[in-house]
Design a protein around this ligand. Sequence first.
Ligand SMILES: Cc1cc2nc3c(=O)[nH]c(=O)nc-3n(C[C@H](O)[C@H](O)[C@H](O)COP(=O)(O)OP(=O)(O)OC[C@H]3O[C@@H](n4cnc5c(N)ncnc54)[C@H](O)[C@@H]3O)c2cc1C
Length: 413
Amino acid sequence: MKRIGIIGGGASGLLAAIAAAEQGQSVTILERNDRLGRKIPATGNGRCNLSNRTLGKKPVTDEAYHGSAKTLFLPVFQQFDLDRTLDFFQSIGIPVRSEGDRLYPYNLQAASVIDALRYRVEHDSWIEICLQQQVLKLSFEKGKWQVRMKDMKRTFDAVILTAGGKAAPQLGTDGVGPALASALGLRVTSLSPALVKLKLDSPYNKRLSGLRMDACVRIGVKGNWLRSYMDEIIFTDDGISGSAVFQVSQAATTLLQKKKQPVIELDLYPELEAEALFSMIRQILDRVAEKPLEEGLNGILHKKLIPVLLKETGIGKDRTSSSLKDREIRAMVQFLKNWTLPITGHGGFQNAQVTSGGIHGSEIGTDLQSKRFPGLYAAGEVIDIDGDCGGFNLQWAFSSGYVAGTHAAQEKG
Ligand SMILES: Cc1cc2nc3c(=O)[nH]c(=O)nc-3n(C[C@H](O)[C@H](O)[C@H](O)COP(=O)(O)OP(=O)(O)OC[C@H]3O[C@@H](n4cnc5c(N)ncnc54)[C@H](O)[C@@H]3O)c2cc1C
């Protein structure tokens, strides 16, 4: 029987443990926290968006993942795809429902997902669980893997590094996973927060704080646009958040890290072409001709945005609705569809959902084994692959965990 050590008992580590134990191998999970899977209850705003129905459809999948290891996604996913994932969750008592393309546990409770996973591993006689054991060092000596913790040393035939990245350090992931890989000599790309709110240089931050709307956002530098996405935005005290912002945030954090000066462009009316928006404003203002402009715009724009629009276009709020010239309405349209603001920072790892960066894709094969260190496997966020918002990161953690666990168990030691 092989002895397999799993470093980190989060989403990928738990699936790796289950897969290796299913092959009849002896598995030990080493987890630094006092509980397994502490991150999972926080996912999906407490609802756990565990996967996405579009996965496996090639263009969608290619676009949804980023990083030097993104090409690993499909070959790994094909070994533990959506059907197998859903079947696995059914088998531990978690039926799944969809909201649009996003998949959630049927009762919309993330806590149930981790409860069921914990129950599954705690009642598996092949799995030993060691809590409050922070792995400090990994080394390969005399054909075995030595794993050192503060007061304990363990020896394994194979180890699976599932210690996550650097996002949400308050939940146990402070970059130790990539650091352990780097200390072994593996190539690790630099880490930056992804799926994170952005800080903006805007005089309107406080005034707009709390405003939610759908918009199309673009990130770029000097007119060179890198990423765009349409979904919800939320103005905050110091900038902007929401799922559209999360999706493009990785481009912004990378530019900031390179000391470039990225900007965000907001199209607050993505559903309307500029000409259609112009016609709508013109028609409405003509119908309410005698109303002061602030009142006239009331049904077209959110109340908080009206003073911002008037200030930015230099149009006095006391003008009557019908007094507006076509060129002034065109200036409004230009602002509403191309509001550009400098990005000055981001919410940091503390507020990020995932890490961009990690073990370089060239270091590992589609069995998730290190190409240079036989018997060393990796899965989940410790690898340089990050997905969009929408269940893509947990699916990667589940698929890669299961695949790494299976191969680690089957490979001849
Ligand atoms: C607030 C929030 C919401 C999110 N929502 C979603 C969502 O709805 N859908 C989605 O797809 N993704 C979501 N994500 C991302 C997703 O949770 C992660 O990508 C996923 O959990 C990564 O799995 P992992 O196993 O690689 O790492 P983790 O789940 O982070 O697990 C790593 C584990 O390793 C342990 N560990 C770390 N270092 C050591 C060490 N040295 N020794 C021992 N143990 C160690 C940690 O304590 C942790 O338990 C969210 C993330 C956050 C923070």
